[in-house]
Design a protein around this ligand. Structure first.
Ligand code: NDP
Length: 234
């Protein structure tokens, strides 16, 4: 039974990841920002706070670790998205994106690493995006943050490998969650038409990849980027 922390576990992909570990019998605590009702429905212990704030992250990770009795796996999943032309992205929009989708993961890793080092083992799985690999028009700040998360993954894998800690990254394609509610049926169909497996993804598709990368079955895998996108990016 492992001790798992998942950020952004109240909804969507994060909730599916939390459930995947919980149904395996692991001890899970998840973090979320504000949606109390969704968090309660997941039915797993959770801590409310903002991953954009390093001081809050310090408190949340240490509370979670105290409750669990240590940390074996950290999944950095919390994130936001925004669709806008470059010229319409304000300084506030830009900083909000970078602080949530990149800095939040940085802060969580920094707080969790001492627990991993103590045991000379552990796994971090970061949720990036296929847009961090290939770039998305009208999502420049999102693509930049997600590309940064891939860079963080690779660098941290090199730094922590000798200490027995693995760091990997999953890059989902379009997944059926609240994040994509703003897209029209036509927009979604256009993605499906370009996807070899001819559908968008389910949160459980991503959860399964995360579960694998966090498991001992992936014990010789670190610094890698696993696409879960139905073949949209090959
Ligand atoms: P959702 O919008 O469904 O859920 C986002 C989660 O992140 C919620 O739990 C939310 O908490 C939490 N969160 C957001 N901001 C903060 C913050 N500042 N502090 C703490 N928690 C926060 O997103 P998805 O499930 O769709 O996405 C999950 C991850 O997967 C994201 O990183 C996203 O970029 C990535 N991804 C998603 C894709 C998709 O098509 N859906 C495709 C590729 C990548 P609360 O409920 O309280 O608001």
């Amino acid at each position: 039974m492992r001790n798992i922390i998942v950020t952004g576990g109240s909804r969507g992909i994060g909730a599916a990841i939390v459930r995947r570990f919980a149904e395996n019998g692991d001890n899970v605590v998840f973090l979320y920002r504000s949606n109390d009702r969704a968090a309660a429905e997941v039915g797993v212990p959770c801590i409310k706070g903002d991953i954009r704030d390093p001081e809050e992250v310090k408190k949340m990770i240490s509370r979670a670790a105290d409750y669990l009795g240590g940390i074996d796996v950290l999944v950095n999943n919390a994130g936001i998205a925004q669709s806008a032309l470059m010229g319409d992205i304000s300084d506030t929009d830009y900083m909000n994106m970078i602080n949530t989708d990149l800095s939040g993961a940085f802060y969580c890793c920094r707080q969790a690493i001492p627990y991993f080092l103590r045991n000379h083992s552990g796994a971090i799985v970061n949720i990036s995006s296929m847009w961090g690999e290939v770039g998305a028009s009208m999502e420049v700040h999102y693509s930049a943050a997600k590309a940064g998360l891939i860079g963080l993954t690779k660098a941290l894998a090199k730094e922590l490998g000798p200490s027995g800690v693995r760091v990997n990254c999953v890059t989902p394609g379009m997944i059926d969650t609240d994040m994509n509610r703003g897209y029209s049926k036509v927009d979604i169909q256009a993605i499906v038409d370009e996807t070899p497996l001819m559908r968008i993804g389910k949160p459980e598709d991503v959860a399964e990849a995360v579960f694998f990368l966090a498991s001992d079955k992936a014990s010789f895998i670190t610094g890698q980027v696993l696409g879960v996108n139905g073949g949209y990016v090959i």
